[in-house]
Structure formats: C-alpha cells, structure tokens
Design a protein around this ligand. Structure first.
Ligand code: DGL
Length: 261
C-alpha cells in the first residue's frame, strides 16, 4: 500500500497523479484536517505532526510513504527518513530546478506557504538549482485555507490572487512555481492570469514518476483507495468532485474514516 498525506486537501493533487501513474496500487490518503493549515505554524509543531502521522501510516502497513506537502517535507522529511531508514519516502519540493532550467527571462517566482517561503531548504534549493536566475519568493498566507473551504472560485479571492501575482508577472517572471500542493487547485485562476506571460510549474507528475520508480511491490494491489482525515472525514467525499477529482471518488473504498493520530 502507498500512503500519501498532507495537512488537508492539497495532497489530493499528488494523489491524483499517483493514482493515474499506478492504477493497480492500493492507496491510502490521510488529511491532517484537525491541524490545517501547516504553513502558518512553527516548524517544531509541523515536525511533530509529520512524525506522528508517519508512525501511524507505517503501522497501517504502507510500503511507500509520500509526504504530499511542501511545508511538511521542508520541516521533517529528513527526520522521517532517519526514523524509518528502510522505508522509501518521497517528499514534495517546489519545482525550482525545472522552472529555472526552462526560464527564458531568467526570472521565476515561487508561490509558497509562509513556512516554506522562509525555510532554509528553499534557500538551498535556489542556491543549488537556480544559479543565474532571479527567484522571487512569494509567501501566500491564507491561500491553502481558501482551498480547504472549497471557495477558490470566490471573486474576492480571485482578486486577491491577482494582486499578489500581477507584480511578479510585471517583473518578468516567466515561470510560477506552485510551491504548495494546495495551489494546484488554484490553476483555474492562476493560468488565465499568467497566459502568454508565464507557465505554471507543478511537480505532481514528477512526484508520481518517482513513486513509480520506488514503489516495488507497493505498486501491485487491487487499485483501491482509502480516505482518512483527522477531523471531518466526510468532507473528503465532498471535496473530490468539488476539486474536479470525481473519478477518484469512484476508486474510493467505503466511507472516509476518522484517523486518530
Ligand atoms: N499543502 C501544503 C504544502 O504543500 C501546506 C498547506 C498548509 O497546510 O499550509 O505546503
């Protein structure tokens, strides 16, 4: 079984890519909805959540663990790998490398949570993979929470997104890196804003390819999906079709369950 987790709904974008790439794998998705958002919380708190959830999913028998959250990866993927050295663990990091490599203007922007934006890990990624490219790091407080509320199409929010992104485009950024898995669900708002000026960079498919390489026996199962949440699990049922992932709901086995982690 492949276990995938996030603070909430954002990791569903990664789950969808994995479900497409590994159609026979048994998948378990856990949303830490009792503690979302992670992005405005201290690193120590996020690390505590990641370790507890990792422990829980290992006890459930996962053969591959996917941290489908940039904020959680930055805070704790190293500690998780130290704690479970035998387990393949895939994290998600902002696509600075592909964006920098593809940029023609040599200016890119990274949209991320506050925690990811100020992290040493992002600074290192930029140093290592974006030499000669100017990287505009833009923290986007509140965006993940708006996605959680399933109100991403709200007119006021669209205006807020435009106000944040327009200066980056005006500055010549030709790649907008979606540095938080929740922001994949904002593509319908971001893509028209960026049209003709910048491309969105989402790493969900690259993460799925990495899972394909590492899955081994975890790739083979009956293709079922189990949904778990630490609060209001029934919202996952509503969220899938609302986020354009109705086809995943069909793969889901039984009702979403409350995870006591
Ligand atoms: N989806 C998460 C990420 O990729 C975090 C959102 C949040 O909980 O703040 O960073």
């Amino acid at each position: 079984m492949i276990a995938i987790f996030d603070s909430g709904l954002g990791g569903l974008s990664v789950l969808a890519a994995i479900a497409r790439a590994l159609p026979r794998a048994d998948l378990a998705y856990l949303a830490d909805t009792a503690h979302v958002p992670y992005g405005s919380k201290p690193e120590g708190f996020i690390r505590g959540r990641v370790m507890a959830i990792g422990e829980h999913l290992v006890n459930e028998g996962c053969g591959l663990l996917v941290v489908a959250c940039n904020t959680a990866t930055v805070a704790a993927v190293r500690a998780l790998r130290e704690r479970f050295p035998q387990l393949p663990i895939v994290g998600v990091e902002p696509g600075v490398k592909p964006a920098a490599a593809a940029s023609r203007t040599k200016r890119i922007a990274v949209l991320a949570t506050e925690a990811t934006a100020k992290s040493e890990r992002l600074a290192t990624l930029i140093r290592e993979h974006a030499a000669g490219v100017e990287v505009l790091v833009e923290p986007c407080p509140g965006w993940a929470t708006r996605v959680e509320a399933l109100h991403a199409d709200d007119r006021g929010f669209a205006a807020e997104i435009a106000a944040r992104v327009e200066p980056l485009l005006a500055a010549g950024a030709d790649r907008l890196v979606l540095g938080c898995t929740h922001y994949s669900f904002l593509a319908p708002v971001l893509a028209p804003l960026a049209a003709g000026r910048a491309e969105l960079v989402d790493v969900a498919d690259a993460v799925a390819r990495q899972c394909l390489r590492l899955a081994g026996g975890a790739a083979e199962g009956s293709g079922r999906l189990q949904l778990h949440a630490t609060a209001q699990p029934e919202r996952l049922r509503v969220a899938l079709p609302a986020l354009g992932l109705g086809w995943l709901a069909e793969r889901a086995h039984g009702q979403p369950v409350l995870a006591r982690v």
